[in-house]
Write a new protein. Sequence first.
Length: 370
Amino acid sequence: MSTHPSRPFPPPSPLHLPGRRTVLLAGLGGALTACSSTGRSNPDNPSSPDSPSSPDNPSSPDSPSSPDSQSSPGGQSSSGSPTGSPTAGASAAFPAPAAWQPGPGELQPDVKLRAVQVVEAIGGWPPGGQGVAAARQRVAALGVDPGLADQGGPLLADAPRAALEVVYAQYGGLLADSASVLVVCRQWLAGPDGAPVSTGSTVDVRLSSGSPRWSVTALHPADPGAVAATLGDPATRVLAQPRIALPPAAVADVRSGQVHDAPLTAMLALAGTYDFEVSVVRSGHPLLVFGTDRRSDHPQGRAFDTWRIDGRAVVDPATPAELVDSFMRAAAAAGSYNVGGPRQLSGGATANQFFSDTTHHDHVHAGFRA
């Protein structure tokens, strides 16, 4: 068992949900408006107001024959304050995160980079750079359709200044001519006193193949939903568990009460042995297994993806294979009927309990039945 020196994704304040424009407005005194695939077979389920129901990857439950997406070492974030709360008062230095870059082991890294660059252009701006018109100009400077800025949703807050950090960019689907990249990010917005307020989102970025670079065709930001009046014991314990790092949209998913107990209980079981960082739970994920007409487990709150284990990125070739493989087997032992990752594992309670494909090269997917 190893322990991270710090938790990169502290839980957000209940007053400010990632991606909830109305709540952030209230929390900032009305001044701001916040901020998988190919493998084995088993359908995931789409029924969330998240990404559009467009095809997902054909080879896993979150992929036509396997369920989810993956993660990589580049662009991780270890600093930042609880989502939706001021960092340290008006005198706090405004964050200036570095641009995300693909790390070792990524498949088609430029596809991910293209998706990330559009999200970074929309969600970060200098003083006075707020608004859709300014965002269109930043996106146009990348040589892509400036109209994509109109799809920025919660990233387009009415704040005089913003900074955006991409924690990880994971595949939600990767085919020969199309892809889904799930851009997991944290955003800081300048409050009335200029102090940074932390929030964040996950954006399902769709791309199509092209030369010399792939084209970004659509953005689908996460929509976690409102905070539940009450939460069950597993949800409360997951939010309080320091060995489970959740990004802003995933925290909001758990707080919404729309995540089933099975994946939450499995997370707690895994935390007994591993420190791990989740990329996606429910929102910000394609509704369908990419490239298929099968529903994904994610939008139904029945799955979670892990991109880093004990401080090691799943996608990184330097990460010991036995670490990732043991995590996958532990997820299966914790109740996942469909575990996907960078390698095809043998055994399992059923013939298709484990799967692997290009989409899951960068993360471990764990899907659960209701």
